[in-house]
Ligand binder design. Structure first.
Ligand code: F6P
Length: 341
């Protein structure tokens, strides 16, 4: 078989572990040829690729980022590619394509699959918001980084009797904020799924100070919003890819808390720190299993699917299910923590 692999969208710890696993299973075990497209779908459309053998993936398991490079591609270009899918497949002589990516990538993969390209997707995102899989690799690493940040911020907050607002990633889903907030013992957690109540947050901080605990940490997802009309907030502009450019809810919240409480507040934006660096052991294992199963699915001809974790097992899920809606934090998970405002 000739298998193409690419990484698209925002990077994520564990991408290299998937690439390595695909090569190990396909080249070493099956005797396949594997080619890696550079810079995501751009490399596919421009036929920019290199052969991946065992040496090409040596030593990358623990490395963050992606050895293939990644990019976001405008939808228009992908539609064009889908319209010429037959030609593309013939030109590249592909028996299978394994795109590794988040919601945007899997939507593109679905489009190409519908147009006749034999696709097996692999889901990735630190946000953990892809339906049809219990977990995505990268999430565990991001939660670990954010948890460590909260731990560290608590000691400096306490020394200065401050409120620390830590902004984590999570455009549409609050998984990182929720789990890092719980693991780090944040006193307030704000997520996109529930518009937060600034009054209640202020009340919580006042109560803490009254009890002699003269500091607080609030963990806020970048996509979190205040409840309508409760505090000044302006939405960000929409970029060329249809994504909102966030205006910094962490900063807004810190300013507002300081004003209302008369207590010093600071904000920390973790941003891409959460996406960089070495993946945790959990993410390396999940990424490796996804790569192995993607190759097996290609050999069985189970195209139009993606690898998914259900419980402890890896199964194949239709790409259509994966991209139909985002997996956001359900009510019962919010109810489990008194810190969600
Ligand atoms: O989708 C993953 C993600 O990390 C989001 O949480 C975040 O909003 C976005 O990527 C940032 O993307 P970029 O690297 O393009 O700024």
């Amino acid at each position: 078989m000739r298998i193409g692999v690419l990484t698209a969208g925002g990077d994520c710890p564990g991408l290299n572990a998937v690439i390595r696993s695909v090569v190990h299973r396909a080249v070493v075990d099956h005797g396949d040829e594997v080619i890696g497209f550079e810079d995501g779908f751009k490399g596919l459309l421009e036929a920019r690729y290199r052969k991946l053998d065992i040496d090409a993936v040596s030593g990358i398991l623990a490395r963050g980022g992606t050895i293939l490079g990644s990019s976001r591609l405008e939808r228009g270009k992908l539609r064009e590619a889908a319209a010429n899918a037959d030609q593309l497949r013939r030109d590249l002589n592909l028996d299978a394509l394994i795109p590794i990516g988040g919601e945007g990538t899997l939507t593109a993969a679905h489009m190409l699959s519908e147009a006749g390209i034999p696709v097996v997707g692999v889901p990735k995102t630190i946000d953990n918001d892809i339906s049809a899989t219990d977990r995505t690799f990268g999430f565990d690493t991001a939660v670990m980084v954010a948890t460590e940040a909260i731990d560290r911020l608590k000691t400096t907050a306490e020394s200065h009797q401050r409120v620390m607002v830590v902004e984590v990633m999570g455009r549409h889903a609050g998984w990182i904020a929720l789990e890092a907030g719980i693991a780090g013992g944040a006193h307030g957690i704000c997520i996109p799924e529930r518009p937060f109540q600034i009054d209640r947050l202020c009340e919580m901080v006042r109560e803490r100070f009254a009890r002699g605990k003269k500091f607080a940490v609030v963990c806020v997802a970048e996509g979190a919003r205040p409840a309508e009309g409760t505090m000044p907030y302006e939405r960000g502009e929409i970029d060329a890819y249809g994504h909102e450019r966030f205006t910094g809810i962490g900063n807004r919240l810190a300013v507002e808390l300081e004003k209302r409480l008369g207590t010093e507040a600071r904000q920390v934006i973790l941003g891409h720190v959460q996406r960089g660096g070495t993946p945790t052991a959990y993410d390396r294992v999940l990424a490796t299993r996804f790569g192995w199963h993607a190759v097996e699915a290609a050999h069985r001809g189970e195209f139009g699917n993606m690898t998914a974790l259900r419980g402890n097992e890896i199964v194949m899920a239709p790409l259509a299910d994966a991209t139909s809606e985002l997996k956001t934090v359900p009510q019962h998970r919010m109810d489990e923590s008194e810190a969600v405002y």
